[in-house]
Design a protein around this ligand. Structure first.
Ligand code: 9MR
Length: 371
């Protein structure tokens, strides 16, 4: 019995069938001895609002990360008031489906609750208070899932494209100590959990050098860091595969593993030169910026397949350095790319289409993964 993995008539006829373990034609089984193949899961998939993507995730992936429900503004919207319902469902789903579970993310300047950095009058808190608040947040979250969540994106996006520190409120108050502190608190809460630094635009030289330096500094200070997460929000003309590879090798050279943590490939035109994934970027909708609302022309789909395949070939080439490749969503309509940086567009960024069918690139990846 074939799973829904193949596109076309067979996939349609088999929709809903299980994915037999040990069948080397599936994404998960083909990559099983190479690296985890993961996906981000949304709340809709965990709560029954999107059963199609839930099924595709269950049948085709071996690792999961929460797209949103573990961000600090959702977990601790008010100081001391935790909301774990969705995160509990996420972890429970992962365990029930035998997934490698990553937590995302303990410290991020974005999606952090307002109270975290300010006092009741709206002024910045002292470094001691912020450190205490971060410790209490990280300890509560990591302890709750101790032994169940295998690795954490401890700090997300703290470095700008030119390699300088992001001047967030967190940085304004704690300076560079922010990162070592977060890694220390996470390690103290679960000494067995893997710990990662995660960022976008990692192929840029400035960011590459700064992240290498960060890993070295953490290691010199005796802090645990297991991997660097290269987000992988890529486009048809950025970054160059060679530049991505340079960063991958530079990170691995420091002695940590590399994870591709948030892979998606947009086909849409960008309203500005685009190399990043800064969530705050936003542009008004214009019809010309949404050229494929009625479907993707074959020529564009073929170019997309070829580029995605190039990246997977790179990952397979460096499988000794890579422990996980995670797509940022399951099916095309799940993708944040449909709404960023222009809302209401139709993008085709993921491995499964809007009907839950595997795209042709999946066959290419399976083929490339065979000895
Ligand atoms: O995909 C996520 C989207 O649904 C959220 O609105 C957004 C803000 O929380 O975050 C998106 O995920 C981001 C991830 O957490 C960190 N790297 C960039 C991702 C895309 O913006």
């Amino acid at each position: 019995m074939k799973p829904i993995f193949y596109s076309g008539i067979l996939a349609l006829s088999m929709a809903g069938c299980g994915n037999p373990q040990g069948d080397n034609s599936t994404l998960r089984s083909a990559l099983k001895d190479k690296f985890h193949i993961g996906t981000a899961l949304s709340v809709a998939q965990l709560t029954g609002g999107d059963t199609l993507s839930e099924r595709v995730a269950r049948e085709n992936f071996s690792a999961i990360v929460p797209e949103n429900c573990m961000k600090s503004m959702f977990l601790q919207p008010r100081e001391g008031e935790f909301f774990f319902d969705e995160a509990d469902k996420f972890v429970g789903w992962g365990e029930a489906n035998n997934m490698w579970i990553t937590g995302h993310c303990l410290v991020w300047h974005s999606q952090a609750p307002l109270w975290l950095c300010t006092d009741k009058d709206g002024n910045n808190v002292s470094p001691e208070t912020l450190a205490e608040r971060l410790k209490s947040h990280i300890t509560a979250v990591v302890t709750r899932y101790k032994g169940r969540i295998k690795g954490w994106d401890v700090v997300n996006e703290a470095i700008l494209d030119d390699g300088s520190w992001r001047k967030s409120k967190l940085y304004e108050i704690l300076g560079e100590e922010l990162i070592p502190l977060a890694f220390r608190f996470a390690h103290e809460a679960d000494p067995d959990a893997e710990l990662y630094y995660n960022d976008y635009s990692m192929a840029l030289e400035g960011k590459r050098n700064a992240v290498v330096q960060l890993v070295k500094t953490l290691k010199e200070r005796g802090l645990r860091i297991d991997a660097v997460g290269m987000q992988g929000h890529i486009g048809m003309d950025y970054p160059a595969v060679e530049e991505f590879e340079k960063s991958l090798l530079a990170f691995a050279e420091t002695g940590v593993k590399v994870m591709i943590t948030e892979l998606d490939l947009t086909v849409l035109p960008s309203p500005r030169p685009n190399t990043g994934a800064a969530v705050e970027a936003s542009f008004d909708y214009q019809k010309e910026l949404n050229p494929y609302a009625d479907g993707l022309p074959d020529s564009v789909a073929t170019a997309w397949t070829s580029r995605m395949a190039d990246f997977f070939r790179l990952f397979l080439k460096h499988q000794d350095k890579i422990t996980r490749v995670t797509l940022w969503g399951v099916c095309d309509d799940d993708s944040w790319r449909n709404d960023w940086p222009v809302p209401g567009r139709t993008d085709y960024a993921l491995l499964f289409d809007r009907k839950g069918h595997a795209k042709p690139v999946v066959d290419v990846i399976v083929g490339a993964s065979k000895p």
